[in-house]
Design a protein around this ligand. Structure first.
Ligand SMILES: Cc1ncc(COP(=O)(O)O)c(C=O)c1O
Length: 360
């Protein structure tokens, strides 16, 4: 099959550009830019018909395979304006992860280089949609799903890949604010051998009931424990998690049921670069409770594309409550946030070469 290049992307620009939203009132994921990227896959043709076209509804059969069997994967990344230029943060990592997710869900592989080219072309078309106000960004959602009109359970043979763009507001409007996290002991998110490491749509559907339960109790997010013994910490709803215990940073190891977060990986590299001690290993919830009792649980923070870093001020499992650092954002949490957002926005040196310009 021929390799797709930038020249293959058809441009069908909208005749009705939308009004840009008020940047001071941006939320998350509700407003979409003027255009989207789309291409199709079949076993015979491979990926074909790449196009940038007006953002518009898709027409799907009621027998669409994904509506019934959930064969869908996605990514989440951001474009920012740094020193007047549109930039991306480690975008190759997102497409690499998307391919790993696709493989697990029996979806076809993308040419990662072409997917990034397509994204950059889309961003060039919609660059005025990248908001510039403090803390805002253009959220990027690449996704792939089976588009077959067929009710038999089998891997799709008509697959779609799209990229849509959504201008998003600052996650923290008044500086970093600690969250309360509910430790879930009834439901589990994923098991080893399952789909937890993939950014698969169904993982999120399966987590919603736990999320609702946490919200009813006044907790912002669920902390998932391992699916076998419910003894070890895995991750939060849409974030990985770090603990600072007795001067060292701990984060659950990637065991197949946790999403390998790109922010997680960046923070591990950053902390090590700063000379900190970081352990990726099994972290038992009992170990954390004990550390809290001994005054050694210094800080907890979540990591993910949306918030970058999100301090945790309280853990509650229905019986036991742990308040972290007097429900104040710890110094290490602040430092990691400042350093990583500083790199992303071109305000501090990027020794890792993580930031990539949309237009060279
Ligand atoms: C389940 C889950 N864990 C962790 C993360 C953090 O990953 P990343 O840092 O790549 O955004 C996300 C968000 O993408 C997620 O959905």
């Amino acid at each position: 099959m021929t390799k797709l290049t930038k020249q293959d992307i058809k441009l069908e620009l909208t005749k009705n550009p939308k009004e840009k939203p008020d940047q001071s009132a941006l939320g998350f994921g509700q407003i979409f830019s003027d255009h989207m990227f789309q291409m199709d896959w079949t076993p015979e043709k491979g990926w074909h018909n790449p196009r940038i076209e007006e953002y518009s509804p898709l027409s799907l059969s009621p027998a669409n395979a994904t509506l019934h069997y959930g064969q869908a994967v996605f990514e989440g990344m951001k474009a920012y304006i740094a020193k007047g230029e549109a930039v991306l943060f480690r975008p190759q990592e997102n497409f690499k992860r998307l391919n790993k997710s696709a493989e697990r869900m029996a979806l076809p592989q993308l040419d990662e280089e072409f997917a990034l080219t397509a994204l950059k072309e889309l961003l060039k078309v919609d660059k005025d949609w990248i908001p510039t106000a403090d803390g805002t960004s253009l959220y990027i959602r690449p996704f792939m799903f089976a588009a077959d009109e067929y009710l038999g359970v089998k891997a799709g043979e008509k697959v779609k890949f799209l990229i849509i763009l959504s201008p998003s507001g600052a996650y923290f409007k008044d500086g970093l604010q600690p969250n309360k996290i509910f430790v879930e002991k009834e439901y589990v998110r994923a098991v080893r051998g399952g789909t937890g490491f993939a950014k698969a749509a169904g993982n999120y559907a399966g987590s919603l009931l736990g999320q609702q339960k946490a919200a009813k109790l006044g907790y912002a997010q669920t902390l998932w424990l391992d699916g076998v013994e419910q003894k070890y910490v895995e991750e939060v709803g849409a974030m990985n998690i770090f603990f600072k215990v007795d001067g060292k940073f701990l984060t659950p190891e990637l065991n197949g049921s946790i999403l390998p977060g790109i922010t997680r990986d960046s923070i591990i590299q950053l902390l090590k670069h700063n000379g900190e001690s970081v352990e990726e290993r099994k972290v038992a919830i009992a170990e954390l409770y004990e550390a809290a009792e001994n005054g050694k649980l210094e800080e907890i923070f979540g990591s993910g594309t949306a918030a970058v870093v999100s301090p945790v001020g309280e853990l509650f499992d229905g019986e036991r409550k742990v308040v972290v650092n007097n429900f104040e954002t710890g110094q290490s949490t602040k430092d990691v946030y400042e350093q990583l957002t500083g790199i992303q926005l071109g305000k501090v040196e990027d020794p890792f070469g993580w930031v990539e310009k949309v237009e060279e």
